[in-house]
Design a binder for this molecule. Sequence first.
Ligand code: DAT
Ligand code: MG
Length: 149
Amino acid sequence: MVENTFLMVKPDGVQRQLIGEILQRFERKGFQLAGAKLMQISQELAEEHYGEHKGKSFYNELVEFITSGPVFAMVWQGENVIETSRQMMGKTNPKEALPGTIRGDYGVIVGKNIIHGSDSPEAAEREIGLFFKPEELVGYEKLMNSCIY
Ligand code: DAT
Ligand code: MG
């Protein structure tokens, strides 16, 4: 099923100049970029985005980190993109993430794990709506699709 997902290069990934590297992985995989922007997350947006973690020991640190500098927010589209992008990111803790995954290749500690990705269709819809206005998303026919599908 063709899905949309929300992916975001976190402040550590932006500072480490990994935006291009990360974009390239999803482009080369064959997924389609539907929207992207460099932005500073407000305290309110951070708390809403990470609402499911409120009350956990790392919550304050997480909100502080995600608002500490610019992030690169993206919407990607493709067959099974939600699950596949999570696999491409690797496990939450880079210590456990396999080489070849984004977190496995570039991260060291769980608090600075480079990238966020929606973990379910419900989360994807919610997060896309939090970060993007409908008019910021672009639908188009990618000519290379006939080589991918
Ligand atoms: P993911 O980002 O893989 O979806 P998550 O939703 O469980 O993981 O947690 C959100 C973020 O919170 C995660 O990317 C990094 C941080 N985090 C999770 N567990 C943590 C922990 N035990 N200690 C510190 N930070 C943690
Ligand atoms: Mg999560």
